[in-house]
Design a protein around this ligand. Sequence first.
Ligand code: MRU
Length: 366
Amino acid sequence: MSETKKSILDYETVALDDEKSALVIIDQTKLPYDIEILSLTKQKEIWNAIYLLQVRGAPAIGVAAAIGIYLAAKEIEADTSEEFYDKFKAAKEYLASSRPTAVNLFWALNRMDDCCRANLDKTPSEIKKILHDEAVAIHDEDVWVCKQIGQYGLSLVKPGDGLLTHCNAGKLATVKYGTATAPMYLGQEQGYNFRIFADETRPLLQGARLTAFELHESGLDVTLICDNMSASVMKKGLVNAVFVGCDRVAANGDTANKVGTSLVATVAKRYNVPVYICAPTSTIDLNTPTGDDIHIEERPAEEITEMWYKERMAPDGVKVFNPCFDVTDNDLIAGIITEYGIARPPFAQSLKEIFEKKKAHKDSNK
Ligand code: MRU
């Protein structure tokens, strides 16, 4: 089922429709030409939506997975909570196999799993209600998290600054605000007049199709550049800071994000431009020691050789390497901006402190 409407700003990226028992998403593969809203009820459809990047971006994938596993749980027929949990685990494993790199997928599924296990003394129908509320909480918390990141990010820049971003870590990658774009949107509300450069982001063009699109629709000053132009704008002094999102931050601060981020960070180091990783704590994985331990997704060769072209643009049979993400070494990163503050090098220590703050915050709200 789909419907069309005028502006991207009218829609939520990812939401739960309780009436239809559906995961509702903007189909991001159709942007910027068509705004198509998908209402997904079957597990196979939800798995495909994540795999095919109809819903994408680490936080949005996490929220989609939380809603997806709730919808799976809702359909489970079981007489006992043990039987319920066995079926829940099978559904969780299935959704977890949709994409490997963004840790938010596993974070959200594990949080739903923890919630399920903590309530196995209840009846299956009571557990279903609790899982519903947990999925809604994961969705709603994302808005607060991104706003916090935006406020911390804004404290690092000044009105009129030039900001560069790569891929899409915008509202289309989250529930609202985005992560890397949160300082930009909050700055817009406060009259900062940023000049933003968006890398087009080969091969799937998330920067052109999504970031340039959503920022332009929102009335921000955005200039689209090809991925090989970041040195040109930095050398001219047009960029004061780089803000990017991330798919997984390792315990030492090494950061996996859309392929090309590492190149931007290397160039930024050359021109003394600080690089900030905008990272909800759900994207920080202290169980992954370094960037070398992050599984990098590889995608089909056709994304490079054929997609977007009228005809194939590479010789038949040529070898193609298409890693979807790369790892930016921690020494290229000036700060990791989380909802609990900004971690500075050395990250092994400062990231632990961020999680201590998170725990203190949770404990004080109990
Ligand atoms: O393959 P994608 O489009 O899901 O990759 C997305 C990115 O790399 C984003 O920059 C990242 O998920 C951060 S989202 C706030």
